[in-house]
Ligand binder design. Structure first.
Ligand code: PAF
Length: 283
């Protein structure tokens, strides 16, 4: 059957209502397009949890700060539509910005505590942009469950909190990070990397791998592990580290001694690419 492509909220409501009335389960995979194998893994996982798979493609202006890459964010509608159709999704929701944020729009969702550390320090409005659009995408597509990648660890934490706090009846499913053969976590922004920057960026996954080894050998002091990761990443002069931190995996507060599950989260700039990655360390 041909895939349904929907661009208005009204049509999206009617479609979701019909699916629910037929007693079927809806899974949503929210994306900003320019899809890669990581997104395919989200769609595959979503398929296992529902009868009807909706994939949204919307580059959300609200989650980009001033001077960030909203205008230049990579877009390729034909390729995205093909990939979504190949993943045997039933429906694509692809609204224009004016449909999501019509004149007069003024309601935002912010998840204060979890949004402050890590990416929130350099991108103070980012997570309220994400939480707002995800709340809207849930309202539009009426899913029973939604799948998010663990690469965006803080985003996942923010969305889980938002869903719990606002009593949103959507199961949040986390999907593991998918890596390129050279170790780089899959991201639409990898396309910004030159060949040399790409080689340099492999330092991130090497650093995380080394930290994992030390942790497995019993190292529990965050500073020691952060220093090791910093040394490996900054060995390449092209790397501009935004942060490398170890935080409590639930609260995202800095965590000096590892006695409970933590995340080592990393954000590094190479040229105009800002890459994030993470590993979970659970004693
Ligand atoms: O992870 C993303 O691609 C985006 O932040 C999301 C969840 C689709 C919201 O715009």
């Amino acid at each position: 059957m041909a895939i349904e492509i929907i661009s208005t909220v009204r049509q999206m409501h009617r479609y979701a209502d019909a699916v629910r009335a037929a007693g079927k389960r809806i899974a949503l995979v929210p994306t900003m397009g320019f899809l890669h194998r990581g997104h395919v893994s989200l769609m595959d996982l979503a398929r296992e949890h529902a009868d009807v798979l909706i994939v949204s493609v919307f580059v959300n202006p609200m989650q980009f700060g001033p001077g960030e890459d909203y205008a230049s964010y990579p877009r390729d509608w034909n390729r995205d539509a093909q990939m979504i159709s190949d993943a045997s999704a039933e429906c694509i929701f692809a609204p224009e910005p004016g449909e999501m944020y019509p004149e007069g729009f003024q309601t935002t969702v912010s998840v204060d505590g979890l949004s402050r550390n890590l990416c929130g320090q350099a991108r103070p409005t980012h997570f309220s942009g994400v939480a707002t659009v995800v709340a809207k995408l849930f309202a539009c597509t009426k899913p029973h469950c939604a799948v998010f990648g663990q690469k965006d660890f803080q985003q996942l934490a923010v969305i889980r909190r938002m869903v719990a706090d606002l009593n949103v009846d959507v199961d949040i499913i986390a999907a593991p990070i998918v890596r390129e053969p050279d170790g780089i976590a899959m991201s639409s922004r990898n396309t910004y990397l030159s060949a040399e920057e790409r080689t340099a960026a492999c330092g991130i996954s090497r650093a995380l791998g080394e930290v994992r080894k030390l942790f497995d050998a019993g190292e529990r002091t965050a500073d020691t592990l952060v220093c090791v990761a910093r040394d490996i990443v900054s060995a390449d002069r092209q790397a501009r580290i935004e942060y490398i931190k170890i935080c409590d995996a639930e609260t995202l507060q800095d965590c000096p001694e590892i006695t409970r599950p933590v995340v080592m989260a990393v954000a590094v700039h190479y040229g105009k690419a800002r890459l994030i990655d993470n590993i979970i360390l659970a004693p």
